[in-house]
Design a protein around this ligand. Structure first.
Ligand code: PLP
Length: 349
């Protein structure tokens, strides 16, 4: 791997007490091109713009995939990644579905480790803060043919992230639009899935909600995801979440929460969950919690679910909430505050 260091770090421009997510980028980036059927040598170089032909196929046919993971700093200055192998595998699953070349595991893993170690000053200290890592791949062949590109670029950029202080969400159940459909690309982390969600999400925001709860595209009867997060419901003392399918992203946070919940002796059911069952549980008084989860926010409690004409208000459970207990457990592993019984932490520095 070729490494060209910046002559002038920009770290002095960063105010770690006021980080607006996604607006600042660390000193370096990783770039690796795929040409003539082979991955070229990856290169780490100063973060900066690059020139592209306006005919590049990503602009026309949308071959674009990404990942999102974080680096966390512990009190001793150590820097850790959380289950990056899961992102690496999912990245290649996305690549296969979008007819893009798979990336060798080593380029992904060594590339990210080397980049984060080099830019480790950009991993802000303090609970809740992190360095968000964004690996992505785009099609770069300069040709207007509606066929898979012959050239690709893999790159990794990093953006410091402050703590996520979201208030509990209010969400509306989708009865018309879908994020993903059967046989489609919902399980891939494709840029197009986000583009497809923006319009229905903006309609929900206009109506006063924060997010859409996506339902299955065929019947709109079964809940699947919340915005760009996985979703859990607590009915009685059991946690219920939709099973992973070709419409649902196999979230790293979701599967980690399932493992931690089961280890804590909670019962977790991965099964179809209908909107009718949720409203019935609400009416019977057994619907206790709902929460979204993902790398960005870790866990986001839901306070209101709007279903057709019904507003489901969920109680504020405070420390009693499973969501908060599970959030504390996952954060303790991420920030090296607790043992790591499943080998999820990867030290980079
Ligand atoms: C990225 C993403 C998630 C969260 O996945 P994590 O691996 O937990 O960050 C959930 N749903 C969708 C649709 C996503 O794109």
């Amino acid at each position: 791997m070729k490494v060209t260091k910046t002559k002038q770090s920009r770290i002095g421009e960063l105010n770690v007490d006021d980080i607006r997510f996604g607006n600042y980028f660390s000193d370096h980036m990783l770039v690796c091109d795929h040409a003539d059927g082979a991955w070229q040598e990856p290169e780490i170089k100063p973060y900066g713009s690059w020139l592209m032909s306006p005919a590049s196929s990503v602009f026309h046919y949308g071959q674009a995939i990404f990942e999102g993971l974080k680096a966390y700093r512990d009190a001793q200055g150590g820097v850790f990644l959380f289950r990056p192998d899961q992102n690496q595998r999912r990245f290649n699953a996305s690549a296969v579905r979008l007819q893009m070349p798979e990336l060798p595991e080593e380029i992904f893993m060594e590339g990210i480790k080397t980049l984060v170690a080099l830019d480790s000053d950009w991993v802000p200290p303090g609970q809740g803060k992190s360095l968000y890592i964004r690996p992505f791949m785009i099609a770069t062949q300069p040709a207007l043919k509606a066929v898979p590109s012959q050239r690709y670029r893999f790159a990794v950029i990093c953006s410091p992230a402050g703590p996520y202080y979201g208030r509990p969400l209010s969400v509306i159940v989708a009865r018309k639009y879908s994020r993903a459909s059967s046989g489609g690309i919902g399980y891939a982390k494709a840029a197009a899935n986000y583009a497809a969600a923006f319009y229905p999400t903006s309609l929900a925001i206009q109506e006063g909600y924060d997010q859409v709860i996506w339902t299955d595209s065929a019947s709109h009867r079964y809940v699947e995801e919340s915005g760009t997060m996985s979703i859990f419901f607590r009915i009685g003392d059991r946690l219920v979440t939709a099973p992973v399918s070709d419409r649902i992203l196999d979230s790293v946070t979701r599967k980690s929460i399932i493992t931690l919940a089961e280890k804590a002796g909670l019962e977790v059911e991965q099964r179809l969950l209908s909107v009718d069952e949720i409203t019935a549980a609400y009416q019977a008084g057994t619907l206790k919690e709902a929460f979204g989860c993902g790398t960005a926010a870790v866990v986001s409690p839901i306070r209101l679910i709007h279903v057709d004409d019904l507003d489901i208000h969920l109680p504020e459970l405070g420390e009693e909430a499973y969501s908060m207990q599970l959030r504390a457990k996952i954060i303790a592993i991420q920030y090296n505050l607790d043992a790591d019984p499943f080998g999820w932490r990867l030290r980079v520095k």
